[in-house]
Design a protein around this ligand. Structure first.
Ligand code: URA
Length: 197
């Protein structure tokens, strides 16, 4: 466990001093992760936004707060979760990270996945989905489904979910509304880790 912590710290330091893509130019903070290194679930979002860049913590702005509220509501404990993003520095104007930027950042995320070795990886939104799974599947079709794929040395389980920024514009909680499905998917993941424990 100590070795894992130390290795993660080392990668974090490398990412802090990374100048491999344009995103380093405007960063206030590199945003590495939040949560528990022993977590069973790893959430992977798109990229840091303004609040994340300012604090160095992922999913801390409006969308992040909404995700965290839903996690609490569905009974996740702090130790269940580890959170990261496809890129670790904020893209200007919150645009989507380019393939080149994602490629430059890939080694850090891959190492995080390898070390955390979660039971399930939750792909939060279409950018994370496209980074790991077939680019032709839409988030609407893929969400809530479990995909198994070889990644970082073993077969891993991935589940895409809507991005919480989409939910900020969707207020209904009626059956089959985006918020309803988001909660349903978080419950699916929760059941999965319960079964695996
Ligand atoms: N959106 C993301 O995808 N990641 C963050 O860390 C914040 C907002």
């Amino acid at each position: 466990m100590q070795a894992k912590k130390a290795e993660l710290k080392l990668i974090e330091e490398k990412a802090k001093n990374c100048f491999e893509c344009e995103l380093c130019k405007n960063r206030t903070n590199m945003v590495f992760s939040d949560g528990c290194e022993e977590a069973s679930v790893m959430f992977i979002g798109e990229a840091p936004g303004k609040n994340e860049d300012e604090t160095g913590v992922p999913f801390i702005g409006r969308a992040g707060k909404l995700l965290r509220e839903y996690l609490l509501e569905t009974g996740y404990k702090k130790n269940d979760i580890y959170i990261a993003n496809t890129v670790k520095c904020r893209p200007p104007e919150n645009r989507k990270p380019t393939n080149k930027e994602k490629k430059a950042c890939e080694k850090y995320l891959t190492k995080q996945i390898e070390l955390i070795d979660p039971k399930i990886i939750v792909l939060v939104g279409s950018t994370a989905l496209e980074s790991f799974l077939d680019k032709k599947i839409t988030i609407t079709n893929a969400r809530g489904k479990i995909f198994e794929k070889e990644f970082a040395g073993k077969t891993r389980k991935f589940i895409p979910i809507f991005h919480p920024s989409y939910l900020l514009r969707q207020h209904s909680k009626e059956p089959n509304s985006p918020r309803y499905l988001f909660k349903k998917d978080l419950i699916t993941v929760k059941d999965l880790i319960k079964d695996a424990n």
